[in-house]
Design a protein around this ligand. Structure first.
Ligand code: KG4
Ligand code: ZN
Length: 370
């Protein structure tokens, strides 16, 4: 199926006993569906997952267009569900629980996943479980070959959120600090857009940064010494904009094609990334110090950033702190983390299952409130 960009399955994974959970993610610009089985001991195992990214569609607009996102989720979700069932060698009737992203995210996009989940739950007479998207990110390293142990500090860095949490166990999340304005992913995306890079800017900016000098531009590190664990990234894009205006390069679409501009842009990209990464690493170390914990989990799309990984790994290695990441392909949005979070909630006895086909999504939803 050509429109499915990435599909993976674990050979033979469909065979076996245990509760089968179908997970549906549709909170933003990725449609993800996955099957996770809790084995006899309750340990969750990913059987198959499939993902369709809408990036190509939104790129023409320089950002996510919510209405287009919802319509595309409608087109993709059922074919993706068929695909994972086929890959896992399971029938739809074998599904025991239907989990879906209840929030936070785009209301229309969330409603698509919730609507399909409700329809499946009703048709199959199976319970539903609404999952918090950030809980999915937070628990996604449990699908890696090096899963963490509770308790740990979590650095959640996505396109819409930047938070430090103390994670005591499944469903026991204490907010330590968060951004007061833009999220780290937003800082990457907005700065990249100013530089003429395609959407989503994070991965493009970090690629361009590889050839640049991170010390070339002096950019602000807001709230670095604020004495708390909050972040602020809004000033960064303003500083990037000021440098571009100074060069006469703002709103120049052909900027990256220019031999004159490209190396300077690479320096600006490297300096921007260095500013974001330094703040994230220092605040994470401060959170570890404050809590006395020796373990940290990095989750969300920005967790795929190699500079962040390298600097955090190095700083933590020197302090005897273990760092855990999700598998690289599970850093950004996916259905596997939703099915996994549902499985872990069931295992912990903290799953609020419902048989009511309620279209109850929460576009704004505080993780520490669940
Ligand atoms: O978690 P995610 O897939 O979606 C949300 O829940 O927001 O995160 C998407 C964000 C975007 O801002 C994207 O630019 C950023 O993650 N991102 C990166 C990288 N890969 C994705 N930022 C920096 N470096 C990367 N390699
Ligand atoms: Zn996300």
């Amino acid at each position: 199926m050509s429109e499915i960009h990435s599909v993976s399955s674990i050979p033979g994974g469909g065979v076996g006993e245990g509760q089968l959970i179908l997970g549906i993610e549709s909170s933003c610009d990725e449609t993800g569906v996955a099957l996770v089985r809790r084995d006899g001991a309750g340990v969750p195992r990913l059987l198959a997952h499939a993902l369709h990214s809408q990036i190509d569609m939104h790129q023409a607009y320089g950002g996510v267009v919510p209405e287009l996102a919802s319509r595309d989720h409608i087109r993709r979700v059922v074919p993706l569900a068929r695909q994972v069932l086929r890959d896992a060698g399971c029938t739809l009737q074998a599904v025991d629980v239907v989990a879906y992203t209840r929030g936070p995210g785009l209301a229309g996009a969330l409603l698509v996943g919730a609507g399909v989940a409700c329809a499946l739950g009703t048709a199959l007479d199976r319970p539903l479980l609404g999952v918090h998207h950030l809980e999915g990110h937070l628990l996604s390293p449990f699908l890696s070959t090096d899963p963490p142990e509770f308790p740990f500090v979590a650095l959640l860095v996505s396109g819409g959120h930047t938070q430090l949490m103390r994670v005591n166990g499944v469903g026991d999340y204490e907010l330590l600090g968060e951004t007061v304005d833009d999220a780290a992913g937003e800082a990457f995306d907005k700065s990249a857009k100013l530089m003429g890079l395609p959407y989503p800017g994070g991965p493009h900016l970090s690629r361009l940064a590889q050839t640049g000098n991170p010390g070339a531009f002096e950019l602000p590190r807001p709230m670095l010494h604020s004495g708390n664990l909050d972040f602020s990234f809004a000033g960064l894009k303003t500083a990037v904009r000021t440098h571009l205006v100074r060069q006469g390069w703002l709103d120049r679409e052909d900027l990256l094609l220019s031999d004159e501009a490209r190396p300077v842009l690479a320096d600006l990209a490297a300096s921007t990334q260095a500013a974001i990464v330094e703040v994230l690493v220092k605040k994470t170390l401060a959170a570890l110090k404050q809590t006395g914990l020796k373990r940290v989990v990095v989750a969300g799309g920005v967790g795929a950033n190699q500079a962040l990984r390298a600097q955090l790994d190095e700083a933590c290695r020197r302090r005897g702190i273990r760092v855990h990441y999700p598998e690289l392909h599970l850093c950004t949005d996916n259905g596997a983390m939703i099915a996994l979070a549902a499985a872990m909630r069931l295992q912990a006895g903290k799953a609020e299952l419902t048989r009511e086909p309620v279209f109850d999504v929460r576009p704004r939803w505080d993780l520490s409130a669940i």
